[in-house]
Design a binder for this molecule. Structure first.
Ligand code: PEP
Ligand code: MN
Length: 360
């Protein structure tokens, strides 16, 4: 059951609801509703409600099972990652190597991706590899390199955490915790990152349904952390020509049912360098709030995922054309825009424009 209370509601309203729920043995979780008030998510139905409650805006006894992540709970959320707003209207680009390789290479690449328009630096220190014989990442040393790259460029950093026991150390260095596709349903890990305030980037399991994906987000939120960003990164298809199939249906489908920001990863989603730019554009056209892209100065020499990694120059193109796509489609979902005369940017204007930070 979801109860929205207004900013003016007296504390007694909140207290009475918490008490009534506790008496019935129902857990209650409070979250800001994006309009100054709060939504109380109760794991059960209080009927009747305690009397004399003022300041209640709405009561929803029936809702999606992901009651904190559902759109009924609140207006679209914006997640603040070290000062970069995800979901605030401007698409955000997270870019960097699949794996952190050395301090120098990471700092150099961080500078290059920033120049190319990236807002957040990505890089894996703890790597989930398909083979135990492949490079497993630099671990804590990699986290230190990330922090130095942030220091050198001012870019916030996102990196993967694979085990509940790693969460403390990763939060010491990272501005955002990435939960990898293979761990989307690792419930102890989701609960553990839910106890932090550090934002979480939750990647979709490659055979997870929309509801399973949102229920995993719910685990994080129900544990106390509302700062969740979802990432579509490709699902398993039948065609061996592709490592994964980027499932862009899910972006507008999530927007229909959830308030959480969604980004798209066209690197893992295609598994092929030559497809990344186009699918990045498609991701933004599908309504994503940003992109995560694997970048390396010499992709062929990357220690992991080089075959799906692009160069900083290609990232600059994604940034420039992506901004134009985003602008061209802004307002498309507003009902009163259906008849409007859309001013498409011209190719000439695209070529002339200097790179601009997308979320500046
Ligand atoms: C990654 O981002 O490098 C990664 C391992 O992603 P995923 O969990 O989507 O495979
Ligand atoms: Mn990778």
């Amino acid at each position: 059951m979801l109860i929205s209370i207004s900013p003016e509601a007296p504390e007694s309203t909140r207290a009475a609801i918490f008490l009534a729920a506790a008496e019935r043995g129902f857990r209650t979780q409070a979250m800001g509703n994006g309009r100054g008030g709060e939504v109380l998510a109760i794991a059960g139905t209080l009927a009747p409600l305690p009397g004399d409650l003022s300041g209640i805006e709405s009561i929803l006894p029936i809702h999606k099972p992901y009651m904190l992540a559902c759109r009924e709970a609140r207006s679209s959320s914006i997640v603040d990652v070290g000062g970069v707003m995800i979901g605030g209207g401007s698409p955000v680009i997270m870019a960097g190597p699949c794996s952190i390789e050395s301090r120098e290479s990471l700092v150099d690449l961080a500078r290059s991706v920033r120049t190319a328009g990236a807002n957040i630096l990505r890089g894996g220190a703890f790597k989930p590899r398909s083979s135990p014989y492949s490079f497993q990442g630099l671990g804590i040393e990699g986290l230190r390199h990330l922090a130095e790259a942030r220091e050198a460029t001012g870019l916030p950093v996102v990196t993967e955490v694979m085990e509940p026991e790693q969460v403390d150390v990763v939060t010491m260095y990272a501005d955002m915790l990435q939960i990898g596709s293979r761990n989307m349903a690792n419930f102890p890990l989701l609960k553990r990152v839910g106890q932090c305030t550090t934002p979480v980037l939750l990647k979709r399991g490659f055979s997870a349904t929309l509801e399973e994906f949102l229920m995993s987000a719910e685990y994080v939120m129900a544990s106390g952390n509302p700062n969740v960003v979802l990432c579509e990164r490709g699902i398993r298809g039948f065609d061996a020509a592709f490592r994964f199939n980027l499932d862009l249906n899910i972006v507008p489908a999530i927007k229909e049912v959830s308030h959480l920001p969604v980004i798209v990863d066209p690197s893992h989603g295609t598994g092929r360098r030559s497809l990344v730019k186009r699918m990045a554009m498609a991701g933004l056209a599908s309504g994503a709030d940003g992109l995560m892209v694997e970048v390396h100065p010499i992709p062929e020499q990357a220690l992991s995922d080089g075959y799906q990694t692009i160069t900083p120059d290609e990232l600059a193109q994604i940034h420039r054309y992506g901004l134009a796509i985003h602008e061209a489609l802004a307002g498309m979902d507003d009902a009163d825009d259906a008849q409007s005369d859309i001013q498409m940017p011209t190719i000439a204007s695209l070529r002339d424009e200097a790179p601009v930070a997308l979320s500046a």
